[in-house]
Design a protein around this ligand. Structure first.
Ligand SMILES: Nc1ncnc2c1ncn2[C@@H]1O[C@H](COP(=O)(O)OP(=O)(O)OP(=O)(O)O)[C@@H](O)[C@H]1O
Ligand SMILES: [Mg+2]
Length: 112
């Protein structure tokens, strides 16, 4: 199992969710976060205006999935989250050791 962690612009969240739904991805965790990338302290376009701040609001989506779905998720998120401008975001992929569905005690892929 892997965790796919996508940090995206807040305004593409609905489109990303729609793409993930097409892939039959159901379980996810979504958080509002602040972050910066390479342009830290430099100007970035936010909501149409050029502003100079070091932390910008982003959305983090975490999906734990079987290994075979990772590339489909990466493709789907990239397709809708890419504007071509700086700040489009990033995807990090982690190994997941185990998962437990609390209600039933199921483990591993059965629990995701
Ligand atoms: N190395 C990193 N570690 C953790 N989070 C990061 C890292 N790089 C980017 N992020 C997160 O991703 C968000 C978007 O990053 P961003 O797309 O600006 O990356 P970048 O490397 O500056 O690429 P670009 O040049 O396309 O802007 C950041 O606001 C931050 O939340
Ligand atoms: Mg950047």
């Amino acid at each position: 199992m892997k965790k796919v962690e996508c940090i995206i612009r807040p305004d593409v969240l609905e489109d990303v969710k729609a793409e993930l739904n097409k892939l039959k991805i159901h379980g996810m965790t979504v958080s509002q976060v602040f972050g910066c990338g390479h342009q830290k302290g430099k100007k970035e376009i936010y909501r149409g205006a050029e502003i100079e701040i070091s932390l910008l609001p982003k959305v983090k989506i975490e999906i734990v999935t079987e290994d075979g779905s990772v590339e489909n998720i990466v493709d789907a998120v990239t397709k809708v989250a890419r504007t071509g401008n700086v700040g489009d975001g990033k995807i990090f992929i982690y190994d997941i050791q185990d998962a437990i569905r609390i209600r039933t005690g199921e483990r591993g892929e059965k629990a995701i």
